[in-house]
Each structure stands twice: as C-alpha cells, then as structure tokens.
Design a protein around this ligand. Structure first.
Ligand SMILES: [Zn+2]
Length: 380
C-alpha cells in the first residue's frame, strides 16, 4: 500500500485541517456542560456526514452531555475501535486566557492537545483512506465520549460495549512529546469529610473537637501511602471551618490516588476507607473508590506498539513509547483483554493547562499513521 499517497492527501489539506481544528477548539466544551457538548457533537456530525465512508452516526444524549459514535466502512460484529473525547477540563471563558491562535509551528487553544485536535484528525484519517480508494479489512467505530475528563461516568458502559466487538483499539489521547503511551497508572479518588464539635475559639476551645486538626493529621497518614514504586496519594483540595473564631465543626478534602498494581490499589482503598480518627469525638466519612484499572505494558501491548512503529517507519516517522501516570478510557478497554495503543494524538504539550498547544508539522505524519493503523489493524 502506498502510504506516501495518503500522506500527500493530508498534507495538501493541511490549511483546511488547521482551520477546522481552530473552529472546533473555539467552541469551548467543559465536561458536564450540556449545551456546549451538543454544539460540539453538531460540529463533528456535520463534518462526518460529508464523508461517504461514514455508514452511521449515533448521538447518545445524557443529561450532562452528548456522546458521539461514528461508524465508517460498514457495520459488523467485529470492528476496529477508535476512542477519544470531546470534553475538556477548561471552564467556559478560559479561551480568553489561552486564545485559539497560531504562533509559528504551534496552534494554541484550550483543550486543543487534550484532545480536540485529534477528533478532527480522526475524521481526516478516514477522509484520506476514502480519497485513496482504499478499504480497511474491518468496519471502523469511533467513540467520542463527553465525560472522559471526569472519569467517564456515563461513557464507560458505551466504551465497554464497543470494545467487546473490537479486534484492537486506537486511543487518540495526547501523545507524550510524540511518544505513544504503552502504560498508564490506574486511578482512585476519594472525598473525606471530618465532622467535629464546634466551640468558641477564645472562651472554651477545649469543649470543641476541631475537624480541621483531625483532617490535617489524616492528610499526613494519606501522604505516607506514597511510595517509590509508582503509587501516589495526593490531597488535592481542602476546605474547612466556618468563622475565624469558632473551633471548626467541618472539614473536607479530596484525594487522588494513582497505582501501577491493582493489588496495591485494593490495599490502599481499604486503608483510606478505614481511617481511624485521632480524636474519637470527630467522625470521618469517606466516599469514592477505585475508578480505572492500570493499563499494563504486557506482551500484547509491546507487540501492538512494535506493529505501529514498523508502520510509522514506512513514512520515515520514528514512533517512541513511554509510560505515564494519567489514565484514560484505554485503561477500561485493556482490562477487558482488548489490545490498546494509547497516546496516538498529535505532538504538543500543556494538557490541562492554559498553555495547551499542538505542533503543526506533526499533523501529516500523525494522521497518516492513524490511517495506516486502520488499514492494517493490529489483532487480525
Ligand atoms: Zn484526554
């Protein structure tokens, strides 16, 4: 197969691709913003409809957003699954602080790197295949979730349903400086609430039981769970007290836990759920639990990566790999035993910050690689 031809098509369309990316990024789409999510789905649906290889488009509206499924090159009981998301971590108005703009080789914008540009590139990969009159050996299903950034509460069952039919799955989440992700940590999150006894802070503080003091001590305990083998436990938010002169009755914190091993995660889960109060007058309430299992760099994963690397080398592209702490929907899919290659998105940096950007010169290679992985899927 002449992949240089596909790359040429993509390169010729680059200006149009860039303007589509910019237009798409301009529609801000924080998770759980129903209206924004609908607009984003409209945008992608109208683009996808123009492709003759697209067989069916499904919109799955939920109360806080719209998931989108695009089927291309027919429908079948077996498929190649491509996964991504349309939501971002940025609130409406964030684009004032990171305006969508082109600066030399970079396009900046909120959520552009994670991973709105890649939503456009997936469609461009289909377009290039169509233009080259090629046909993938299996139907292609693209699932774009609207709540991935918040743990895929409603997206998870759909991801799992589609993955159950997949021979392999391409996850178009951001790359790590171009490297694909062959390992991701699992995640767990918790909310801890301490309820103590309020009292006058000056007259009779001894009658009170400080929720803040209790929680501060618990945070030390949680911090001890961090280890050198890749387990992290970080208290990310804290809130407490009511007035500057009252022994605080209530304090809350949220905890983010990452792990490479499920057995360790279960142990930590048990510890956090059973935290013992230092002051037995204070009550501790713990909610939350394990969210995503780890994505493990096993033999299958290495073979998938080698497959992609050898395809990439056909267009002179050097595809690296790495393992990271952040989780994605790829974690759920890998746990089902389906081969997953994650981090297939275009080069860039600054995910979840106001300096997010992608690299323009990586667009043709990265999009061609996607086309290649569709035309020669792993797992057949
Ligand atoms: Zn993402």
């Amino acid at each position: 197969m002449d992949y240089h031809k596909i790359r040429e098509f993509i390169k010729e369309r680059q200006d149009k691709i860039i303007s589509d990316i910019c237009e798409f990024v301009e529609i801000e789409s924080p998770t759980y913003n129903e209206e924004a999510s609908r607009k984003i789905a409209d945008f992608l649906e109208s683009k996808a409809k123009k492709l003759s290889c697209v067989s069916k488009i499904e919109r799955i509206p939920k109360s806080q957003g719209t998931h989108l499924i695009i089927h291309a090159f027919g429908l079948g009981s077996k498929q190649i699954l491509i996964v991504g998301h349309t939501d971002t971590v940025h609130n409406i108005g964030s684009k004032k602080r990171n305006p969508t703009r082109i600066e030399k080789n970079r396009i900046y914008g909120c959520g552009i790197f994670d991973m709105k540009a890649n939503c456009i590139l997936i469609l461009e990969a289909l377009r290039a295949i169509e233009k080259a009159s090629e046909n993938p050996p299996l139907p292609v299903t693209i699932f774009l979730s609207c709540d991935e950034e918040r743990g895929s509460r409603t997206g998870k069952p759909i991801v799992e349903r589609e993955a159950s039919k997949a021979v392999s799955c391409l996850v178009c989440e951001p790359s790590a400086n171009g490297k694909v992700k062959t390992g991701r940590k699992g995640t767990a999150s918790y909310k801890i609430k301490a309820v103590g006894i309020p009292a006058h802070a000056g007259l009779e503080p001894e009658r009170g039981a400080s929720a803040i003091l209790e929680l501060a001590k618990q945070i030390e305990v949680i911090h001890q769970l961090n280890d050198k083998n890749g387990t992290s436990a970080v208290v990310c938010t804290i809130k407490g007290g009511s007035k500057p002169n009252i022994v605080p009755e209530e304090a809350k914190c949220s905890v983010d836990v990452r792990f490479t091993d499920t057995a360790i995660a279960l142990e930590i889960d048990h510890k956090i759920r059973n935290l013992e109060p230092f002051d037995n007058r204070v009550k501790l309430e713990v909610t939350g639990g394990i969210n995503r299992p780890p994505l493990v760099r096993d033999e299958k994963m290495v073979a998938f990566y080698e497959h992609a690397r050898s395809l990439a080398s056909q267009i002179g592209y050097d595809l690296g790999e790495t393992q990271v702490g952040g989780a994605s929907d790829g974690n759920f899919i890998a746990a089902m035993g389906v081969p997953v290659l994650d981090g297939l998105g275009v080069k860039g940096d600054g995910a979840h910050t106001l300096e997010e950007y992608i690299c323009i010169d990586d667009i043709p290679d990265r999009t061609t690689l996607l086309s290649m992985l569709i035309l020669q899927p792993f797992g057949l």
